[in-house]
Design a protein around this ligand. Structure first.
Ligand SMILES: [Mg+2]
Length: 267
């Protein structure tokens, strides 16, 4: 499989089921926020010590991909000799849409049909690589929160839809941002063996690997179908949904799962 043929892992299996309304970026939009859950799970971690496990997704949970996204669009601009793309910035991204940032840099509606597939092709070649994922930055409060979890003796499982060839860039990014890095003892990084595996299938398979690490106390994920999966499987764990973005499949988090926007606790 070449990089041009890889499927869209962050997009629906059935693209026709995607909501076409551009304002509809997540079925979780408008959900109540409950940052107090962060204090509650830390209390649970303190009580259980080294037998406890916290599960963290990476993309749009601990890490913000927007710098990577913007770099890819700028570089696509160089390849395509479209100078307007060179001005693309992280704040031009509000979700996984390519059209919105292109409009932000001045691409007109009648130009989108021709340009978007070319940018998307370049995106597919670069986004799922170590070289590019190293550009990600921490979600607000995430570094302090994960470090505090670590200080309580709790095991940490980063469980991501990224595949193994992205390990080097992922670890480099985590280290640069100040997150605990994998040591295969207290900190683990669970990655898909193959890019071709769908994230949904991987996150289900990974549950047994996570359970083997200890007692799951808490799990954090921005993708509703993934946090719902943890919620159904780890019945005693506190599952927390990150209200950042998701794959816009019209799936809402379970009503009993609280949401946070980030990991800042003093608000
Ligand atoms: Mg994610």
């Amino acid at each position: 499989m070449t990089t041009n043929q890889v499927p869209d892992h962050h997009y629906p299996r059935d693209p026709h089921s995607a909501q076409r309304d551009p304002s509809f970026w997540t079925a979780a939009k408008g959900r109540a926020i409950d940052p107090s859950v962060l204090d509650r799970v830390l209390q649970k971690a303190a009580e259980l010590g080294p037998r406890g496990v916290f599960v963290f997704d990476l993309d749009s949970t601990l890490l913000d991909n927007k710098p990577r996204q913007a770099r890819i669009v700028r570089e696509a601009g160089q390849h395509l000799e479209e100078p307007r793309l060179l001005t693309c910035q992280p704040e031009h991204f509000t979700d996984w849409s390519v059209e919105k940032p292109l409009r932000c840099v001045g691409i007109q509606d009648h130009e989108l049909e021709g340009l978007v597939p070319k940018v998307r092709r370049y995106w597919k070649q670069t986004f799922f690589t170590s070289e590019y994922c190293v550009d990600d930055i921490a979600i607000a409060g995430a570094v302090d929160f994960v470090r505090e979890v670590l200080s309580l003796g709790t095991r940490i499982a980063y469980c991501t839809g990224r595949h193994e060839p992205m390990r080097q860039g992922t670890v480099a990014c985590l280290a640069r941002e100040g997150f605990p890095v994998p040591d295969e003892e207290q900190v683990h990084l669970l990655m898909k063996p193959e890019l071709a595996e769908h994230d949904d299938d991987w996150k289900v398979r990974a549950r047994s690997m996570i359970a083997a690490l200890g007692t799951v106390l808490a799990a954090f994920d921005n993708e509703p179908i993934h946090i719902n999966s943890y919620f159904a499987h780890f019945r005693d764990a506190q599952c927390v949904h990150l209200l950042t973005d998701d794959s816009s499949r019209g799936i809402a988090p379970h009503p009993d799962i609280p949401s946070v926007r980030d990991f800042r606790r003093s608000r």
